[in-house]
Design a protein around this ligand. Sequence first.
Ligand code: AMP
Length: 111
Amino acid sequence: MTIFLKIINREIPADIVYEDDLCLAFRDVTPQAPVHVLLIPKKPIVSLRQLAPDDAELCGHLLLMVPKVADILGLDGGYRTVVNTGADGGQSVYHLHIHILGGRPLAWPPG
Ligand code: AMP
């Protein structure tokens, strides 16, 4: 079981900023920007690579929730979304998540 499933199940604490039937958003424990939140599906999908055609509606919902969560966080100046996939992508938790980073200008390209 991943740490994110434990957060969903309230087995470990998290600073939750948004929740609905399908997804949860909470602050990253090691923030890389003044605002750093992870938006995750409650369904334990490992990564983008494990998405199935049946997940289309869920994926749409997740993307639609990004600006909603960004509004809750007050990211009026914009923000960056990142989805790390697999070892080369730098993924460390194998439960699909969208990083939402903001609160300062972010350089491009990333490392
Ligand atoms: P990634 O490296 O893309 O898989 O991102 C995983 C993220 O999860 C990292 O930014 C970690 O800091 C974050 N993280 C790990 N454990 C926790 C936790 N218990 N609560 C909040 N964020 C976490």
